[in-house]
Design a protein around this ligand. Sequence first.
Ligand code: ATP
Ligand code: MG
Length: 417
Amino acid sequence: MIQLIKGFKDVLPGEIEVWQTIERAAKETFENFGFQEIRLPIVEKSELFSRSIGDTTDIVEKEMYTFEDGKRGHVTLRPEATASVVRSYIQHKMYAKDPIRKFYTIGPMFRRERPQKGRYRQFYQIDAEVFGIDSPYLDAQIIFMLATLLETLKARDVKAHINSLGCPCCRPSFQKALKELLDAKKEHLCENCLRRSEKNPLRVLDCKVPACREAVQGAPSILDHLCDDCSDHFETVKRVLTENGVEYAVDKHLVRGLDYYTRTAFEVLTTSLGAQNAVAGGGRYDGLVKALGGPEVPAIGFAIGFDRLAEIVAMQQSIEAKGPALYIAPLGERAIEAAAHWMMQLAAKGVSCETDFGGRSLKSHMKRADKLNATHVLMLGDDELDKGMATLRNMATKEQGDLPLDGLVETLAERFK
Ligand code: ATP
Ligand code: MG
Protein backbone atom coordinates (compact mmCIF):
# COMPACT_ATOMS: atom_id res chain seq x y z
CA MET A 1 0.00 0.00 0.00
CA ILE A 2 1.26 3.47 -0.83
CA GLN A 3 1.36 5.71 2.23
CA LEU A 4 1.77 9.44 2.50
CA ILE A 5 5.22 10.93 2.89
CA LYS A 6 6.52 11.68 6.36
CA GLY A 7 5.99 15.33 7.23
CA PHE A 8 2.81 15.52 5.14
CA LYS A 9 -0.66 14.77 6.38
CA ASP A 10 -4.30 14.29 5.54
CA VAL A 11 -6.91 16.40 7.29
CA LEU A 12 -9.95 14.15 7.52
CA PRO A 13 -13.55 14.50 8.62
CA GLY A 14 -13.45 14.49 12.39
CA GLU A 15 -10.58 16.98 12.30
CA ILE A 16 -11.71 19.13 9.39
CA GLU A 17 -14.61 20.64 11.37
CA VAL A 18 -12.09 22.49 13.53
CA TRP A 19 -10.25 23.69 10.43
CA GLN A 20 -13.49 24.93 8.90
CA THR A 21 -14.46 26.72 12.10
CA ILE A 22 -11.08 28.45 12.21
CA GLU A 23 -11.23 29.40 8.56
CA ARG A 24 -14.71 30.88 8.88
CA ALA A 25 -13.76 32.81 12.01
CA ALA A 26 -10.59 34.16 10.36
CA LYS A 27 -12.45 35.31 7.25
CA GLU A 28 -15.14 36.99 9.26
CA THR A 29 -12.75 38.68 11.69
CA PHE A 30 -10.36 39.87 8.99
CA GLU A 31 -13.15 41.17 6.78
CA ASN A 32 -14.55 43.13 9.73
CA PHE A 33 -11.14 44.79 9.93
CA GLY A 34 -11.22 45.71 6.23
CA PHE A 35 -9.16 42.88 4.74
CA GLN A 36 -9.78 41.32 1.33
CA GLU A 37 -8.94 37.77 0.38
CA ILE A 38 -6.37 37.01 -2.31
CA ARG A 39 -5.20 33.66 -3.67
CA LEU A 40 -1.70 33.30 -4.95
CA PRO A 41 0.33 30.60 -6.67
CA ILE A 42 2.12 27.97 -4.66
CA VAL A 43 5.16 28.08 -6.95
CA GLU A 44 7.23 31.22 -7.44
CA LYS A 45 10.69 32.01 -8.80
CA SER A 46 13.25 31.01 -6.19
CA GLU A 47 14.80 34.43 -6.31
CA LEU A 48 11.65 35.96 -4.81
CA PHE A 49 12.22 34.07 -1.58
CA SER A 50 16.00 34.27 -1.42
CA ARG A 51 15.88 38.02 -1.94
CA SER A 52 13.07 38.74 0.50
CA ILE A 53 13.46 36.20 3.27
CA GLY A 54 17.23 36.55 3.35
CA ASP A 55 20.23 34.30 2.70
CA THR A 56 21.06 33.76 6.34
CA THR A 57 17.70 32.37 7.40
CA ASP A 58 16.85 28.74 8.13
CA ILE A 59 14.29 28.85 5.36
CA VAL A 60 16.63 29.92 2.59
CA GLU A 61 19.69 28.10 3.88
CA LYS A 62 18.10 24.70 4.13
CA GLU A 63 14.33 24.46 4.05
CA MET A 64 13.19 25.40 0.54
CA TYR A 65 11.77 22.93 -1.96
CA THR A 66 13.51 24.22 -5.04
CA PHE A 67 13.70 22.57 -8.43
CA GLU A 68 14.58 23.43 -12.00
CA ASP A 69 11.70 24.11 -14.31
CA GLY A 70 13.23 24.23 -17.78
CA LYS A 71 13.53 27.74 -19.20
CA ARG A 72 11.98 29.25 -16.08
CA GLY A 73 15.09 28.35 -14.11
CA HIS A 74 14.81 27.67 -10.42
CA VAL A 75 11.37 27.69 -8.88
CA THR A 76 10.38 27.09 -5.26
CA LEU A 77 7.30 25.83 -3.44
CA ARG A 78 6.43 28.83 -1.31
CA PRO A 79 7.74 28.53 2.27
CA GLU A 80 5.66 31.51 3.44
CA ALA A 81 3.19 33.95 1.95
CA THR A 82 4.48 37.46 2.57
CA ALA A 83 6.94 37.48 -0.33
CA SER A 84 4.22 36.41 -2.78
CA VAL A 85 1.75 38.98 -1.45
CA VAL A 86 4.36 41.70 -1.89
CA ARG A 87 5.22 40.42 -5.37
CA SER A 88 1.58 40.55 -6.32
CA TYR A 89 1.04 44.01 -4.80
CA ILE A 90 3.95 45.35 -6.86
CA GLN A 91 3.24 43.42 -10.05
CA HIS A 92 -0.38 44.58 -10.27
CA LYS A 93 0.54 48.12 -9.18
CA MET A 94 -2.06 47.79 -6.50
CA TYR A 95 -0.65 50.91 -4.88
CA ALA A 96 -1.60 53.09 -7.87
CA LYS A 97 -5.20 53.76 -6.84
CA ASP A 98 -4.64 53.70 -3.12
CA PRO A 99 -1.44 52.57 -1.46
CA ILE A 100 -3.44 51.34 1.52
CA ARG A 101 -4.43 47.73 0.92
CA LYS A 102 -5.25 44.96 3.36
CA PHE A 103 -5.09 41.33 2.28
CA TYR A 104 -5.43 37.89 3.76
CA THR A 105 -4.71 34.54 2.22
CA ILE A 106 -4.99 30.98 3.52
CA GLY A 107 -3.13 28.04 2.09
CA PRO A 108 -0.31 25.50 2.22
CA MET A 109 3.37 26.35 2.70
CA PHE A 110 6.33 24.02 2.23
CA ARG A 111 9.52 23.74 4.24
CA ARG A 112 11.97 20.86 4.22
CA GLU A 113 12.31 20.60 7.99
CA ARG A 114 12.75 17.60 10.23
CA PRO A 115 9.18 16.32 10.64
CA GLN A 116 8.00 16.19 14.24
CA LYS A 117 4.94 17.03 16.27
CA GLY A 118 3.68 20.46 15.18
CA ARG A 119 6.26 20.68 12.41
CA TYR A 120 5.35 19.49 8.96
CA ARG A 121 6.82 19.77 5.49
CA GLN A 122 3.49 20.90 4.12
CA PHE A 123 1.71 23.06 6.65
CA TYR A 124 -0.92 25.74 6.37
CA GLN A 125 -0.87 29.40 7.20
CA ILE A 126 -3.49 32.07 7.62
CA ASP A 127 -1.70 35.15 6.47
CA ALA A 128 -2.63 38.83 6.75
CA GLU A 129 -0.74 41.80 5.30
CA VAL A 130 -1.33 45.55 5.26
CA PHE A 131 0.38 48.00 2.91
CA GLY A 132 0.65 51.76 3.04
CA ILE A 133 0.35 52.62 6.73
CA ASP A 134 3.35 53.40 8.91
CA SER A 135 1.40 54.41 12.01
CA PRO A 136 1.95 52.46 15.24
CA TYR A 137 -1.85 52.39 15.65
CA LEU A 138 -1.91 49.88 12.84
CA ASP A 139 0.70 47.66 14.54
CA ALA A 140 -1.50 47.60 17.64
CA GLN A 141 -4.60 47.03 15.56
CA ILE A 142 -3.05 44.05 13.78
CA ILE A 143 -2.05 42.42 17.06
CA PHE A 144 -5.50 43.23 18.46
CA MET A 145 -7.13 41.59 15.42
CA LEU A 146 -5.04 38.47 15.93
CA ALA A 147 -5.94 38.41 19.63
CA THR A 148 -9.61 38.87 18.73
CA LEU A 149 -9.53 35.89 16.42
CA LEU A 150 -7.89 33.72 19.06
CA GLU A 151 -10.47 34.86 21.59
CA THR A 152 -13.33 34.10 19.19
CA LEU A 153 -11.89 30.61 18.83
CA LYS A 154 -11.59 30.35 22.61
CA ALA A 155 -7.91 29.51 22.28
CA ARG A 156 -6.55 29.67 25.80
CA ASP A 157 -2.91 29.66 26.92
CA VAL A 158 -1.82 32.00 24.15
CA LYS A 159 0.01 35.26 24.63
CA ALA A 160 1.48 37.90 22.36
CA HIS A 161 5.20 38.56 22.75
CA ILE A 162 6.43 41.77 21.20
CA ASN A 163 9.67 43.54 20.48
CA SER A 164 11.03 46.25 18.26
CA LEU A 165 13.76 45.48 15.77
CA GLY A 166 14.56 49.13 15.15
CA CYS A 167 15.24 50.50 11.72
CA PRO A 168 18.29 50.82 9.43
CA CYS A 169 19.10 53.97 11.39
CA CYS A 170 19.45 52.44 14.87
CA ARG A 171 19.89 48.70 14.28
CA PRO A 172 23.58 48.86 13.28
CA SER A 173 24.61 50.09 16.71
CA PHE A 174 22.77 47.16 18.29
CA GLN A 175 24.28 44.74 15.80
CA LYS A 176 27.71 45.98 16.76
CA ALA A 177 27.07 45.49 20.48
CA LEU A 178 25.61 42.04 19.86
CA LYS A 179 28.53 41.07 17.65
CA GLU A 180 30.94 41.91 20.48
CA LEU A 181 29.09 39.56 22.80
CA LEU A 182 28.96 36.81 20.19
CA ASP A 183 32.68 37.12 19.55
CA ALA A 184 33.28 36.60 23.25
CA LYS A 185 31.04 33.49 23.26
CA LYS A 186 32.38 31.98 20.06
CA GLU A 187 33.23 28.58 21.53
CA HIS A 188 29.60 28.05 22.67
CA LEU A 189 27.93 28.77 19.34
CA CYS A 190 26.79 26.20 16.79
CA GLU A 191 28.32 26.26 13.32
CA ASN A 192 25.34 28.04 11.82
CA CYS A 193 25.52 30.76 14.40
CA LEU A 194 29.25 31.22 13.94
CA ARG A 195 28.60 31.95 10.29
CA ARG A 196 25.56 34.09 11.05
CA SER A 197 27.35 36.12 13.70
CA GLU A 198 29.55 37.39 10.87
CA LYS A 199 26.85 38.03 8.29
CA ASN A 200 23.76 38.78 10.35
CA PRO A 201 24.24 38.62 14.13
CA LEU A 202 20.53 39.17 14.89
CA ARG A 203 19.79 35.74 13.50
CA VAL A 204 21.74 34.14 16.34
CA LEU A 205 19.03 35.31 18.76
CA ASP A 206 16.56 33.09 16.89
CA CYS A 207 18.64 29.90 17.01
CA LYS A 208 16.93 26.95 18.67
CA VAL A 209 20.11 25.11 19.73
CA PRO A 210 20.12 25.13 23.56
CA ALA A 211 23.81 26.06 23.85
CA CYS A 212 23.26 29.08 21.59
CA ARG A 213 20.20 30.10 23.57
CA GLU A 214 22.26 29.94 26.72
CA ALA A 215 25.09 31.92 25.13
CA VAL A 216 22.85 34.83 24.20
CA GLN A 217 21.14 35.03 27.61
CA GLY A 218 23.14 38.10 28.57
CA ALA A 219 22.97 39.71 25.13
CA PRO A 220 22.32 43.43 25.01
CA SER A 221 18.75 44.61 24.44
CA ILE A 222 17.86 46.19 21.16
CA LEU A 223 15.39 48.32 23.09
CA ASP A 224 18.36 50.21 24.58
CA HIS A 225 19.53 51.09 21.09
CA LEU A 226 16.33 52.33 19.46
CA CYS A 227 16.39 55.77 17.88
CA ASP A 228 13.78 58.28 19.10
CA ASP A 229 11.37 57.54 16.25
CA CYS A 230 11.52 53.77 16.78
CA SER A 231 11.25 54.20 20.50
CA ASP A 232 8.16 56.44 20.20
CA HIS A 233 6.65 53.99 17.76
CA PHE A 234 7.13 51.08 20.14
CA GLU A 235 5.78 53.03 23.13
CA THR A 236 2.60 53.86 21.22
CA VAL A 237 2.11 50.23 20.16
CA LYS A 238 2.39 49.10 23.77
CA ARG A 239 0.12 51.86 25.07
CA VAL A 240 -2.61 51.19 22.52
CA LEU A 241 -2.44 47.45 23.20
CA THR A 242 -2.82 48.04 26.92
CA GLU A 243 -5.65 50.52 26.42
CA ASN A 244 -7.50 47.96 24.33
CA GLY A 245 -7.07 45.10 26.72
CA VAL A 246 -4.50 43.01 24.83
CA GLU A 247 -2.19 41.16 27.17
CA TYR A 248 1.37 41.01 25.98
CA ALA A 249 4.93 40.49 27.14
CA VAL A 250 7.92 42.43 25.88
CA ASP A 251 10.64 40.03 24.79
CA LYS A 252 13.82 41.92 24.04
CA HIS A 253 15.38 38.92 22.32
CA LEU A 254 12.52 38.25 19.96
CA VAL A 255 13.73 38.53 16.40
CA ARG A 256 11.93 36.78 13.58
CA GLY A 257 13.04 34.03 11.27
CA LEU A 258 13.05 36.36 8.30
CA ASP A 259 15.37 39.22 7.49
CA TYR A 260 12.90 41.78 6.31
CA TYR A 261 11.40 42.96 9.57
CA THR A 262 11.70 46.49 10.94
CA ARG A 263 10.33 47.96 14.16
CA THR A 264 7.46 45.94 15.63
CA ALA A 265 7.98 42.18 15.65
CA PHE A 266 5.67 39.81 17.45
CA GLU A 267 4.86 36.21 18.06
CA VAL A 268 1.95 34.49 19.69
CA LEU A 269 3.23 31.71 21.90
CA THR A 270 1.32 28.97 23.62
CA THR A 271 2.08 26.80 26.61
CA SER A 272 -0.05 23.92 25.34
CA LEU A 273 1.95 22.57 22.43
CA GLY A 274 5.30 21.62 23.94
CA ALA A 275 8.39 22.46 21.92
CA GLN A 276 6.56 23.89 18.90
CA ASN A 277 5.21 26.82 20.88
CA ALA A 278 4.84 29.52 18.20
CA VAL A 279 1.28 29.80 16.93
CA ALA A 280 1.71 32.96 14.91
CA GLY A 281 4.43 35.40 14.01
CA GLY A 282 4.65 38.68 12.26
CA GLY A 283 5.84 42.22 12.20
CA ARG A 284 6.51 45.35 10.29
CA TYR A 285 8.60 45.22 7.12
CA ASP A 286 8.81 48.79 5.89
CA GLY A 287 11.71 48.18 3.50
CA LEU A 288 10.56 45.09 1.64
CA VAL A 289 8.26 46.53 -1.02
CA LYS A 290 11.04 48.83 -2.20
CA ALA A 291 13.65 46.08 -1.96
CA LEU A 292 11.57 43.94 -4.31
CA GLY A 293 11.29 46.70 -6.89
CA GLY A 294 8.16 48.53 -5.76
CA PRO A 295 7.67 52.03 -4.41
CA GLU A 296 8.54 52.98 -0.87
CA VAL A 297 5.50 51.64 0.94
CA PRO A 298 5.49 50.58 4.59
CA ALA A 299 3.90 47.26 5.45
CA ILE A 300 3.09 44.92 8.30
CA GLY A 301 1.70 41.41 8.49
CA PHE A 302 1.56 38.11 10.29
CA ALA A 303 1.08 34.42 9.65
CA ILE A 304 -0.78 32.01 11.85
CA GLY A 305 0.33 28.39 11.87
CA PHE A 306 -3.02 26.85 10.97
CA ASP A 307 -2.03 23.29 11.96
CA ARG A 308 -0.87 24.40 15.39
CA LEU A 309 -3.91 26.59 15.97
CA ALA A 310 -6.18 23.71 14.95
CA GLU A 311 -4.42 21.53 17.46
CA ILE A 312 -4.97 24.01 20.26
CA VAL A 313 -8.61 24.61 19.38
CA ALA A 314 -9.26 20.85 19.13
CA MET A 315 -7.64 20.32 22.52
CA GLN A 316 -9.79 22.91 24.20
CA GLN A 317 -13.21 22.26 22.71
CA SER A 318 -14.94 19.64 20.65
CA ILE A 319 -16.42 20.76 17.37
CA GLU A 320 -18.47 18.00 15.87
CA ALA A 321 -19.65 17.47 12.34
CA LYS A 322 -23.22 18.60 11.84
CA GLY A 323 -25.50 15.79 10.75
CA PRO A 324 -27.95 16.18 7.86
CA ALA A 325 -31.23 17.93 8.60
CA LEU A 326 -33.07 15.07 7.00
CA TYR A 327 -32.57 11.37 6.43
CA ILE A 328 -35.05 9.82 4.00
CA ALA A 329 -35.83 6.19 4.87
CA PRO A 330 -37.48 4.53 1.87
CA LEU A 331 -39.13 1.13 2.27
CA GLY A 332 -39.59 -0.75 -1.00
CA GLU A 333 -38.61 -0.20 -4.63
CA ARG A 334 -41.11 2.54 -5.41
CA ALA A 335 -40.18 4.40 -2.25
CA ILE A 336 -36.49 4.19 -3.15
CA GLU A 337 -37.19 5.89 -6.46
CA ALA A 338 -39.25 8.54 -4.68
CA ALA A 339 -36.46 9.02 -2.12
CA ALA A 340 -33.97 9.58 -4.94
CA HIS A 341 -36.28 12.25 -6.34
CA TRP A 342 -36.95 13.98 -3.02
CA MET A 343 -33.32 13.95 -1.95
CA MET A 344 -32.24 15.73 -5.13
CA GLN A 345 -35.03 18.28 -4.90
CA LEU A 346 -34.48 18.94 -1.18
CA ALA A 347 -30.70 19.17 -1.30
CA ALA A 348 -30.92 21.50 -4.29
CA LYS A 349 -33.20 23.76 -2.25
CA GLY A 350 -30.78 23.91 0.67
CA VAL A 351 -32.04 21.13 2.95
CA SER A 352 -29.03 18.98 3.87
CA CYS A 353 -30.19 15.49 3.11
CA GLU A 354 -29.11 11.85 3.08
CA THR A 355 -30.77 8.60 2.07
CA ASP A 356 -29.93 5.04 1.14
CA PHE A 357 -30.88 3.12 -2.00
CA GLY A 358 -29.93 -0.27 -0.61
CA GLY A 359 -33.34 -1.61 0.39
CA ARG A 360 -32.69 -1.58 4.14
CA SER A 361 -35.21 -2.39 6.82
CA LEU A 362 -36.71 0.48 8.80
CA LYS A 363 -34.61 -0.51 11.79
CA SER A 364 -31.42 -0.40 9.75
CA HIS A 365 -32.38 2.99 8.27
CA MET A 366 -32.98 4.38 11.75
CA LYS A 367 -29.60 3.08 12.90
CA ARG A 368 -27.84 4.81 10.03
CA ALA A 369 -29.81 8.04 10.54
CA ASP A 370 -28.73 7.95 14.17
CA LYS A 371 -25.09 7.34 13.28
CA LEU A 372 -25.15 10.23 10.83
CA ASN A 373 -26.67 12.44 13.53
CA ALA A 374 -29.64 13.33 11.33
CA THR A 375 -32.05 15.64 13.09
CA HIS A 376 -35.14 14.30 11.27
CA VAL A 377 -36.12 11.15 9.40
CA LEU A 378 -38.69 11.06 6.64
CA MET A 379 -40.23 7.59 6.37
CA LEU A 380 -41.63 6.60 3.00
CA GLY A 381 -43.34 3.28 2.19
CA ASP A 382 -45.70 2.08 -0.52
CA ASP A 383 -48.75 2.82 1.64
CA GLU A 384 -47.61 6.37 2.24
CA LEU A 385 -46.88 6.87 -1.44
CA ASP A 386 -50.40 5.72 -2.34
CA LYS A 387 -51.83 8.19 0.15
CA GLY A 388 -49.45 10.95 -1.01
CA MET A 389 -48.06 11.21 2.53
CA ALA A 390 -44.84 10.58 4.41
CA THR A 391 -44.02 10.38 8.12
CA LEU A 392 -41.57 12.87 9.61
CA ARG A 393 -39.83 11.97 12.84
CA ASN A 394 -37.89 14.36 15.04
CA MET A 395 -34.92 12.33 16.24
CA ALA A 396 -34.39 14.41 19.37
CA THR A 397 -37.97 14.56 20.68
CA LYS A 398 -39.07 11.28 19.02
CA GLU A 399 -42.25 13.05 17.94
CA GLN A 400 -43.60 12.14 14.55
CA GLY A 401 -46.42 13.20 12.26
CA ASP A 402 -47.71 12.96 8.71
CA LEU A 403 -46.66 15.31 5.95
CA PRO A 404 -48.27 15.60 2.52
CA LEU A 405 -45.84 14.87 -0.33
CA ASP A 406 -47.47 17.64 -2.27
CA GLY A 407 -45.37 20.73 -1.58
CA LEU A 408 -42.86 18.68 0.47
CA VAL A 409 -39.80 20.60 -0.73
CA GLU A 410 -41.31 23.97 0.17
CA THR A 411 -42.58 22.75 3.54
CA LEU A 412 -39.24 21.27 4.58
CA ALA A 413 -37.09 24.02 3.07
CA GLU A 414 -39.14 26.47 5.15
CA ARG A 415 -38.98 24.33 8.28
CA PHE A 416 -35.22 23.61 8.16
CA LYS A 417 -34.15 27.04 7.04
P1 ATP B 1 9.32 28.09 14.27
O1 ATP B 1 10.05 28.99 15.20
O2 ATP B 1 8.33 27.19 14.98
O3 ATP B 1 10.21 27.37 13.31
P2 ATP B 1 9.00 30.09 12.29
O4 ATP B 1 9.53 31.32 12.92
O5 ATP B 1 9.85 29.36 11.32
O6 ATP B 1 8.44 29.08 13.41
P3 ATP B 1 7.13 31.62 10.73
O7 ATP B 1 7.93 31.64 9.52
O8 ATP B 1 7.03 32.81 11.58
O9 ATP B 1 7.59 30.37 11.62
O10 ATP B 1 5.65 31.10 10.40
C1 ATP B 1 4.51 31.50 11.15
C2 ATP B 1 3.89 30.33 11.86
O11 ATP B 1 3.77 29.22 10.99
C3 ATP B 1 4.69 29.80 13.03
O12 ATP B 1 4.44 30.57 14.18
C4 ATP B 1 4.16 28.41 13.16
O13 ATP B 1 2.95 28.39 13.90
C5 ATP B 1 3.86 28.02 11.74
N1 ATP B 1 4.89 27.13 11.20
C6 ATP B 1 6.11 27.45 10.76
N2 ATP B 1 6.77 26.38 10.29
C7 ATP B 1 5.92 25.32 10.45
C8 ATP B 1 5.98 23.91 10.16
N3 ATP B 1 7.06 23.38 9.58
N4 ATP B 1 4.91 23.14 10.47
C9 ATP B 1 3.80 23.68 11.03
N5 ATP B 1 3.68 24.99 11.32
C10 ATP B 1 4.71 25.80 11.05
MG1 MG C 1 11.05 27.67 11.40
